[in-house]
Design a protein around this ligand. Structure first.
Ligand code: S3P
Length: 173
């Protein structure tokens, strides 16, 4: 695939819901790397983490992403929050198209993911501390992996989809 719009950013930033709005606006299919991994493995991400460990999940994530390069056409691609941390993945993302960083505040993440049991990295005590420290580490990486960064807090998915379309057109000029 080429000329895709790829959404990166932290858990709870809205990559899937903004991806849906963007896909319908641009009349493109929506692909979701987490969903592709779950489908292939025949189990949830939580089960992969619990049974095979995070490293196995990261290997599956890199493999799914690389395979997209060999497919035809283009798409909106929603990625798992840890995918852009790997340098090889960053290079693949750039080949696939325009990379958009959905930047989110820690308090928005905590509000949106309260009670969530599907994110292994945020389970257990002190989710607040985990979100703050993971965001502090990851935000500069997301920023440098992206062509465009958009703040999502307090915005609607439709408004974000329109802004992303406009901002991508600006960087392509
Ligand atoms: C992860 C984010 C999750 C999923 C996995 C690990 C991360 O995806 O890939 O739980 O490392 O941030 P979402 O960003 O869609 O929640």
């Amino acid at each position: 695939m080429r000329d895709c719009i790829i959404l990166i950013g932290f858990m709870g930033a809205g990559k899937t819901s903004v991806g849906q709005a963007l896909a319908s606006l641009k009349q493109l299919p929506l692909l979701d790397t987490d969903q592709m991994i779950e489908q292939e493995a025949g189990m949830t991400i939580s089960k992969i983490f619990a049974g095979q460990g995070e490293a196995a999940f990261r290997a599956a994530e890199a493999a799914v992403l690389r395979r997209l390069l060999d497919e035809e056409g283009s798409a909106v691609i929603s990625t798992g929050g840890g995918l852009p941390l790997d340098e090889g993945n960053q290079a693949t993302l750039r080949q696939l198209g325009d990379v958009v960083f959905l930047r989110v505040k820690p308090e928005t993440v905590l509000m949106r993911l309260e009670g969530d049991t599907t994110r292994p990295l945020l389970q257990g005590d002190d989710a607040e501390k985990k979100v703050h420290s993971l965001l502090a580490f990851r935000n500069p990486i997301y920023q440098s992996a992206a062509d465009v960064a958009v703040d999502v807090d307090g915005r609607t998915v439709g408004g974000l989809a329109e802004e992303i379309t406009r901002r991508i057109a600006e960087v392509q000029r």
